[in-house]
Design a protein around this ligand. Structure first.
Ligand SMILES: [Zn+2]
Length: 483
């Protein structure tokens, strides 16, 4: 498979340390609030990537962290402890907040058919591992103590910038406005591995360490968690594009300095979801969550379909109108699949041909938009309904749009509606003045015809004629008039 590699800035074949096996790591959510659909775009695309790797014959071990301490997301000791803020807001303990939003995150994932990674590790669960890494970094001179904190010394690296050739100007982007510069740092980009000095009041979670009671920096959690569950050689690291700098850059710095060898050769970053005003998370004051989509009557899988229709490296603009268009396309696709009949047997040669067609698109930097169009090609193919359904089920192992089950439900619904409208016999008075007696006779005549009792049907027609009533048959009913 060819996948764009942010570390080399080109599309490259995914090469793994162990043949046919991928050790995969994805940065997980911060659980002090609900995930917005922009965050979830990354998880959808990473889910498709994992499922495609399995489809392509790899075994995959996918690991993800849960950032369950709000202050870990801050690169410096700055701002506010978001977890603590969430806890105060909701009158819960910090760990209750973390558990609540972790559960909410996975509930959203389930609705979007995002598979749970093989390993999910809350950051607070591996403190000893971070301490072990930091201790070695201090021993080997990659880290230093200053002002009570432990910092990583970026000047010790031959190459710090992996994803971008940052200049000093660009680096200002990584530093938020209004944040005081940390004078303990030897170099501008040095980052904290362990804090013992916190500006936060009522710091909720602290651990003992060789450097005093405190808490780890954010970046160390992903290195520690990945090394524990993926081993020393990670094949593929994914995350949102906003993670590339400084988070992933720092992960590489500390991991490779600790291991003494290259850590992860392939980096995959999912672009942003934007709203028309450029900012994600809120649109016209609405916080865009899966629950909001549901409240507005949208199927979460229609949002998944919306994401799959565009390439993961292109930023995607969210508007309700764009989502409506995706809903239309998704429903049309389901309607077409619902019309397929499971008959004629499965032609395995044709099936293999379309699986290969799909793979060709997905092997090309996970081109899900083209992968989806293969579904339309399948629908048009000159082959049996059973073959088409088999191929669609195969491709949906990766796309996870619930195509077969939803199409079957739609087919049943259509059949029920058809049966109902077939049974409904409408009688229309052409002059607009209905007459119950006459209309009952017309219905009795229709029932007699249906029962093939033509003599009775003719008798009723004659009786109506005698009353000066002319009946004309129309589809699913009859109309009548006085003559
Ligand atoms: Zn991470």
């Amino acid at each position: 498979m060819y996948l764009y590699n942010s570390a080399t800035h080109k599309k490259e074949e995914l090469k793994t340390h162990t043949p046919n096996h991928v050790e995969m790591y994805t940065c997980g959510p911060t659980v002090y609030h609900f995930a917005h659909i922009g965050n979830l775009r990354s998880y959808i695309m990473e889910d498709v990537l994992e499922k495609y790797l399995r489809f392509a014959g790899y075994s995959v071990n996918r690991v993800m962290n849960i950032t369950d301490v709000g202050h870990l997301t801050s690169d410096a000791d700055e701002g506010e402890d978001k977890m603590l803020k969430g806890a105060k807001r909701e009158h819960k303990s910090v760990m209750e907040i973390a558990q609540f939003y972790t559960d909410a995150f996975f509930a959203d994932c389930q609705k979007l058919h995002i598979k749970r990674p093989d390993v999910v590790q809350p950051a607070t669960g591996l403190i000893d591992d971070y301490i072990k890494i930091i201790t070695k970094l201090l021993d080997t001179g990659y880290a230093y103590l200053a002002g009570g904190n432990v910092y990583f010394d970026t000047s010790k690296l031959d190459r710090y910038y992996i994803f971008n050739d940052h200049n000093e100007e660009d680096l200002a982007v990584g530093v938020r406005e209004g944040v005081e510069e940390d004078t303990n740092k030897k170099n501008k980009n040095d980052f904290v591995l362990w804090f013992t000095k916190s500006k936060f009041e009522d710091q909720a979670l602290k651990w003992d360490s060789p450097w005093g009671v405190g808490y780890p920096g954010w970046h160390i959690e992903c290195s520690g968690i990945s090394m524990k569950y993926n081993g020393e050689y990670l094949d593929l690291h994914c995350g949102g594009v906003d993670n590339a700098f400084p988070h992933h850059t720092n992960e590489i710095a500390q991991s490779e300095s600790y291991l003494g060898h290259p850590w992860c050769p392939h980096w995959c970053h999912v672009a942003h979801l934007n709203t028309t005003d450029g900012k994600m998370s809120k649109s016209k004051g609405e916080f865009l969550t899966v629950s909001l989509l549901e409240q507005k009557g949208y199927d979460p899988l229609a949002y998944r379909f919306f994401c799959l229709q565009s390439h993961y490296r292109k930023s995607l603009v969210f508007t309700w109108e764009n989502l409506d268009n995706a809903v239309l396309a998704y429903n049309k696709l389901l309607a077409k699949i619902a019309n397929l009949k499971d008959e004629g047997g499965v032609d395995e040669a044709v099936r293999a041909e379309y699986r290969a067609k799909f793979s060709k698109e997905m092997d090309n930097d996970l081109n899900t938009a083209m992968g989806v169009t293969v579904l339309y090609d399948v629908l048009k193919a000159k082959t049996s309904g059973a073959t088409k359904l088999a191929i669609i089920a195969d491709l949906d192992e990766v796309l996870s749009l619930d195509l077969i089950a939803k199409a079957a439900a739609l087919r049943e619904k259509n059949a029920a509606a058809a049966a109902q409208s077939a049974g409904a016999f409408t009688v229309i008075a052409e002059d607009g003045t209905p007459d119950e007696g006459i209309e009952n006779l017309i219905r009795q005549r229709a029932d007699a015809k249906k029962a093939k009792n033509f003599a009775e049907a003719d008798r009723i027609r004659d009786e109506l004629k005698a009353q000066g009533i002319e009946v004309t048959d129309v589809p699913n009913g009859a109309k009548w008039k006085r003559i």
